[in-house]
Design a protein around this ligand. Structure first.
Ligand SMILES: [Mg+2]
Ligand SMILES: [Zn+2]
Length: 238
């Protein structure tokens, strides 16, 4: 994981890290929704809803919704490259974070495979990714969940633990997401940008959040949060 250093910070200075959901947040389209709609069992969304309605999470849902999903990895890659686009404001935001020493990490309950593929295509393969491992074969999908030590036990990759890990290092955490698997992180983060399901959830739960339109507003947020420190560390930029 990047950004674990930097302890030699003058007292009173705020340090921020940024954690981002992938599907529907960094990307316009949700790769798993597209893949399952095209190649999954026809009732996958109803099956997933039923699992969540029963008080369980993605860890229980994934093996069920990927039942019968048979598409070799090369075809998954080609499909994702053709159908999924990054938010056009994301690459500039990522460079801003990298240039200013703001740790930036993708935390996804989706699959590392297609995330790393699209990050590499965008020249951003330096970004660390925490996501589930999936191997696609013509005979089915094998999923291996991330096992964060402090997770809720319901998510495949519980994002709460990634927020807590940065808190333990003294960072405040800026988080952006859109879905059900972002709930655990949104409850813990210091600032939240949200859209879709997560925006409604935060409002219902009284979690302060800003509607997420793109990453330009998040850069503005970080520039304000980092204030004078940014002016100092960013000397010479723009
Ligand atoms: Mg999402
Ligand atoms: Zn969780």
């Amino acid at each position: 994981m990047r950004g674990t250093g930097g302890g030699a910070t003058p007292a009173g200075r705020e340090r921020w890290a940024c954690l981002l959901d992938w599907d529907g947040t960094v990307t316009i389209q949700d790769a798993q929704v597209l893949l399952l709609d095209a190649f999954g069992r026809p009732d996958w969304a109803a099956v997933e809803d039923e699992v969540y309605a029963g008080g369980l999470g993605s860890r229980a849902a994934y093996p069920l919704i990927y039942e019968g999903f048979r598409l070799p990895a090369e075809e998954v890659a080609a499909f994702v490259r053709k159908r999924v686009r990054l938010d056009p404001t994301f690459p500039a935001f990522a460079r801003f974070c990298l240039d200013h020493g703001v740790p930036l990490q993708v935390v996804s309950d989706g699959q590392r495979f297609y995330i790393e593929l699209l990050l590499a295509d965008a020249g951003l393969d330096r970004l660390p990714v925490a996501a589930n491992n999936a191997s696609y074969t013509a005979s089915g999908v094998r999923l291996a969940f991330v096992e964060p030590p402090g997770g809720c036990g319901l998510c495949g990759n519980c994002k709460r633990e990634w927020v807590d890990a940065f808190h333990r290092q003294g960072y405040r955490v800026l988080y952006a997401g859109d879905g059900r698997t972002d709930r655990c992180a949104a409850r813990r983060a210091d600032a939240v940008f949200a859209r879709g399901y997560l925006l409604g959830f935060c409002r219902a739960e009284g979690i302060a959040c800003t509607p997420l339109k793109g990453f330009t507003e998040m850069e503005v947020f970080l520039r304000q949060a980092l204030g004078k420190d940014l002016e100092r560390s960013g000397a010479g930029e723009e």
